[in-house]
Design a protein around this ligand. Structure first.
Ligand code: NAP
Length: 309
């Protein structure tokens, strides 16, 4: 059974930044990288708003750089998944399947995952036309007609990106007004390959042995029902914090984001800190996640020092 001073759960910008700071404080952090090492940024293309990259940087490259930077100072990155935690006594217990670890402090940076509508056919055709990651799967839809669900920045970004491959991209939005930022809206509205379907809900994803072949739609204003033929379906309706592991142990809000105290990264359990999207339903940016990761490492370091005294 391995013991760690600082165990970091998750490997997005928050987790790796926490690791860089904790490693430089000689805390020899251990990072369990999770199901999607590098986190959500590994499913994106150009990151144009992270300071320090005037020409932008590819998301996967940035995460690779962060990992290397963390390892350079003595972080251990394990490509494992934490399956259970026991935060009821210290040292804390953490399991990666059957393998048990203990830790003096934990930094939770498990991020958030894409949400799906939950309609009939959606899960059935997951990976067979249904996706929540245009960067990962766009390539498969060359010269096809596909749809993107949602009206936020993610939907606009995915739709624009998908026009590189698809013949036509329908953006299906439940209202007649977009939530996305002005600049992202304009890009999508100007794109000749994108067609918006307003005030419309998806009721079902239909398919056959080849995968998705369409969506059943309901116009929420007229009540009219229709079927749209598409072979790809991209959900871009937001994210859900990855906090199931901590239910009943860490305080969270009504939609599952971890609560932290004031402007710190302290959770309700002393010695457990939270950083990044898992504790931030407001900003959810790589730069704010990285900033919180830094805070969490400093909070953990100071808290550990206090325990020794
Ligand atoms: P979001 O802003 O929460 O937008 C979600 C969209 O999905 C909304 O248009 C919403 O409709 C729709 N939606 C949610 N649940 C739905 C349901 N059950 N049925 C139908 N439609 C549903 O999420 P996001 O677009 O993922 O963006 C999240 C954050 O990341 C934002 O702060 C955004 O600015 C940021 N972001 C930035 C970039 C960038 O700058 N490059 C890229 C992606 C994301 P309503 O509008 O009707 O609520």
């Amino acid at each position: 059974m391995a013991h760690h001073k600082v165990f970091i759960i998750g490997s997005g910008p928050a987790g790796y930044t926490a690791a860089i700071y904790a490693a430089r404080a000689d805390l020899k952090p251990y990072v369990a990288a999770g199901l999607q090492p590098g986190g959500q940024l590994t499913t994106t293309t150009d990151v144009e708003n992270f300071p320090g990259y005037p020409e932008g940087v590819m998301g996967p490259q940035m995460m690779e750089d962060l990992r290397q930077q963390a390892e350079r100072f003595g972080t251990t990155v394990a490509y494992t998944m934490v399956t259970k935690v026991d935060l009821s006594s210290r040292p804390f217990k953490i399991w990666e399947d059957d393998e048990e670890h203990t830790a003096d402090a934990i930094i939770v940076s498990t991020g958030a995952s894409a949400k799906y509508l939950g309609v009939k056919g959606e899960q059935e055709y997951l990976g067979r036309g249904v996706s929540a990651c245009a960067t990962c799967d766009g390539f498969f839809f060359r010269d096809q007609d596909i749809c993107v669900i949602g009206g936020g920045d993610s939907a606009m970004e995915e739709a624009n990106f998908l026009t590189k491959f698809a013949r036509k991209v329908y953006v299906i939005h439940r209202r007649d007004e977009l939530r996305a930022s002005k600049i992202m809206q304009e890009r999508a509205l100007k794109n000749p390959k994108i067609e918006f379907i307003w005030n419309t809900a998806v009721e079902e994803v239909t398919g056959d042995e080849n995968g998705v072949n369409g969506v059943k739609l309901l116009n929420r204003v007229t009540g009219e029902r229709s079927h749209l033929a598409v072979t790809g379906y991209f959900a871009a309706i937001g994210h859900k914090p990855n906090t199931d592991l901590f239910k009943g142990q860490l305080d969270m809000n009504d939609v599952g984001y971890l609560n932290v105290k004031d402007r710190s990264t302290y959770t309700n359990v002393e010695g457990v800190f939270a950083a990044g999207d898992v504790a931030d339903s407001v900003y959810r940016q790589a730069i704010t996640a990285a900033g919180m990761g830094c805070q969490a490492a400093i909070d953990a370091e100071r808290w550990l020092e206090g325990q020794e005294g």
